[in-house]
Write a protein that binds this ligand. Structure first.
Ligand SMILES: O=P(O)(O)OC[C@H]1O[C@H](O[C@H]2O[C@H](CO)[C@@H](O)[C@H](O)[C@H]2O)[C@H](O)[C@@H](O)[C@@H]1O
Length: 360
């Protein structure tokens, strides 16, 4: 079996020359979860003597970052050059245009850690994001629910698209305005509200089922759920998947995708991070304008929907955060959140007098 909705990411043709490329909740109880401690209370659910196989195991092996031979890595870097090394080229096409920044959270602004509740971002990163947002409209686009990602980022001036873009809010601009009870005008959008009771029901069922699998946990992200198996012994990954699939059989209007050691359950609606990017550009009054240059930085499969939208628009750049070659529709790459911070810092450095880009 394969994950039905986690579509294979488009492999993109190599740019002729690097640089000329595509200008083209509830919180868990108590303390941090420690994978080693959880492994110690591991209950063996694998069939004795069985070879671990099947979809999840195979898919994870296939999609997990892996070390590549130097030549393979070199080829990949030619297709997806470093946005730091090729900074001038990457941002050259933005000259005179309005940059709009889109930033994924986990693995992009914060390093991947075992306990999702502890994926905090550094003060230095917060400063870098704050400074970028002083110059360009900036949105955080995350699989986490909006409140949770806001509590990590804590910057009111940003737009937040939580639950994989299904729940969007930010300062009011051009369109999609909504007047709140306190009279404040905000950009506001919620897709799939009708799914909230179903998501709640599945959350309760899955949480109960996962109690039998050491290290597994279910995270409530309001419009979607994340079933984490980072702390589950590899032999049991299939058990996690089987439990999830057996529950989802009863819910044909929910779909299953996967990210970094996480299974993600969300409503089967045509809404994703790419749609959120389009919605935000429209809300800011930039829909259909050729003088806009969106930059999207993300590390995970769900970010590919946004990279593809940028490719389709032929405007802006997608930047994949990865140390290893991965299939991606992004044009450029950065190795890790440390490089993301550096890139954000460079974006607001004054260069050539008026800088490479038009300020917001
Ligand atoms: O769209 P994102 O902001 O990247 O959110 C995707 C998922 O991120 C989180 O899980 C991932 O990060 C955790 C903390 O580093 C890590 O423990 C986990 O293994 C990763 O998959 C978040 O907890 C999920 O709810 C998001 O769906």
């Amino acid at each position: 079996m394969t994950f039905s909705t986690d579509k294979a990411v488009t492999t993109v043709a190599a740019p002729a020359q690097a640089g000329l490329h595509f200008t083209p909740f509830p919180p868990t109880k108590g303390a941090a979860r420690d994978c080693k401690k959880l492994a110690a209370v591991h209950v063996d659910r694998a069939t004795p003597g069985s070879i671990v196989g099947g979809s999840l195991f195979e898919t994870m092996k296939a999609s997990s970052p892996r070390r590549a031979a130097d030549a393979e890595h070199g080829d990949w870097m030619e297709k997806h050059p470093s946005a730091l090394t090729w900074f001038e080229a990457a941002l050259g096409a933005a000259k005179g245009k309005q940059i709009v920044m889109f930033l994924d959270y986990d693995g992009t602004l914060s390093p991947i850690v075992e306990d999702p509740d502890r994926a905090v971002m550094s003060e230095e990163m917060r400063d870098a994001v704050r400074r970028v947002a002083e110059h360009f409209p900036t949105a955080i686009v995350s699989g986490r629910c909006r409140d949770k990602v806001f509590n990590f980022v804590k910057l009111r001036e940003l737009y937040y698209a939580g639950s994989h873009g299904m729940d969007i809010e930010g300062p009011a601009k051009q369109s999609n305005k909504h007047v709140q009870a306190n009279g404040e005008e905000v950009v506001h959008y919620q897709a799939g509200r009708e799914f909230l009771p179903v998501i709640e029901e599945v959350y309760r069922t899955l949480t109960a089922r996962m109690e039998a699998i050491a290290g597994a946990r279910v995270e409530h992200n309001k419009y979607c759920l994340s079933v984490h198996f980072r702390c589950v012994q590899e032999e049991e990954w299939n058990a996690v998947e089987e439990e999830v699939r057996s529950v989802l059989k009863e819910y044909p209007h929910l779909k299953l995708t996967h990210g970094r050691k996480v299974l993600e359950i969300r409503p089967s609606i045509k809404w994703d991070k790419g749609k959120a990017l389009e919605f935000l550009l429209e809300s800011l009054g930039y829909a259909g304008r050729s003088d806009v240059f969106p930059i999207y930085i993300g590390d995970d499969r769900t970010d590919e929907d946004a990279f593809k939208v940028l490719r389709g628009m032929g405007q802006g750049i997608g930047i994949l955060v990865s140390k290893f070659p991965k299939e991606t529709a992004a044009s450029y790459s950065l190795r890790d959140p440390v490089e993301v911070k550096e890139f954000l810092g460079k974006m607001v450095e004054p260069t050539n007098g008026d800088g490479p880009v038009k300020a917001a």
